[in-house]
Design a protein. Structure first.
Length: 139
């Protein structure tokens, strides 16, 4: 009987530990619609914001090192993102993006990292120029 009780307690402890660890490491991103419905997360806390870069929204104010753009999804809500640094090669208007950063007290989102999303047909620019890869026979 003691063996069963000890095994049950260990199993419960392991399940609780796994649940807590997985909950803390969930890295989902917020869409503009979710942020409009629920409000912005805690000020200064690192979060991910995802959607598409709105066509016509990409600007380079100042000396050009800062990028400002609007993230959209399938709702009327939008998020304005500012990023200083080198954007990924696939980052452009109309493409999917996940921005990692935080909101300030004014509700402005400042990204410290950009991740460009692509579809399953992605092929590096260098291979396209060489005519290599899965699309080579189509050209």
């Amino acid at each position: 009987m003691w063996t069963f009780a000890v095994a049950a307690a260990l199993l419960l402890a392991a399940a609780t530990l796994a649940f807590v660890a997985l909950r803390q490491n969930a890295n989902l991103f917020y869409t503009p619609e979710v942020l409009a419905e629920n409000g912005i997360p805690e000020i200064g806390k690192d979060v991910k914001v995802g959607g598409w870069v709105a066509p016509g929204s990409l600007t380079y104010p100042g000396d050009g090192s800062e990028i400002v753009f609007t993230v959209i999804d399938n709702s009327p809500a939008t998020i304005t993102v500012s990023f200083t640094g080198i954007a990924p090669d696939l980052f452009r208007e109309g493409q999917g993006v996940v921005a990692i950063g935080s909101f300030d007290a004014d509700g402005k989102f400042t990204a410290r990292q950009l991740l460009a999303k692509h579809d399953e047909n992605y092929q590096p620019r260098e291979l396209k120029l060489l005519g290599a890869g899965p699309d080579a026979s189509a050209s």
